[in-house]
Design a binder for this molecule. Structure first.
Ligand code: ZN
Length: 197
């Protein structure tokens, strides 16, 4: 062996692909799994793209205002039964705040919601966020049982300005067929874009 990668031998065989599809391929290298797992497993995939609703602008504006008033870019509000029950923004590298790379606006809002209302409050609720949820946040949104996610700018657009993990929120939801989540993007697009300069 010379140490060079032999791409032919790295390709999965038909038998390996069958094991991957069946979920029995835990011994295989993650790099081998990635291209396959990115495809929805079944027609029961859990993401449903939906158009904006009349109330969306108002709640998104609350998220935009929360970000802007704190001179931040990413903020989220959680809405249940027509009312905001939790808020959060990404503090970033704010002075006096311990650095926490997981403190995305969605995660901060979720933690606040759990602390103030309990996890049950998120079941079927809607999360509004200025930027499309990253895979970490979207995973949390799935596990928390949200019924709907509404965002402003997309991961694609954000990636032109900062590092992004290039997995759309719909793809994460599609891999969780045990949950159906409505997803609406592009709400208050001009205002959310303006947050990012
Ligand atoms: Zn995130």
């Amino acid at each position: 062996m010379t140490g060079e990668t032999n791409h032919t031998c790295c390709r999965p065989t038909r038998r390996q692909l069958a094991r991957i599809a069946a979920g029995t391929a835990s011994a295989l290298a993650p790099a081998l799994l990635a291209p396959v797992l990115l495809k929805p497993r079944s027609a029961s995939a859990g993401a449903v793209a939906q158009p904006a609703r009349p109330e969306d602008d108002g709640f998104m504006r609350q998220a935009v205002d929360l970000a802007a008033s704190n001179t931040k870019r990413f903020a989220a509000v959680i809405v249940r039964d027509g009312a905001v029950i939790a808020r959060g923004f990404n503090p970033g590298r704010s002075a006096g705040v311990p650095r926490d790379p997981t403190a995305h606006g969605e995660m901060v809002a979720i933690r606040t919601c759990i602390a103030e209302h309990g996890a049950e409050a998120m079941h079927g609720a809607t999360l509004y966020t200025t930027g499309e949820p990253c895979p970490m946040c979207m995973g949390a949104i799935v596990w928390c049982g949200f019924g709907r996610v509404v965002y402003g700018v997309s991961i694609d657009w954000l990636s032109t300005r900062m590092h992004q993990i290039m997995v759309p929120s719909a793809e994460i939801a599609a891999q969780a067929p045990f949950r159906t989540i409505e997803i609406t993007g592009g709400v208050l697009l001009d205002e959310t874009k303006a947050l990012f300069g």
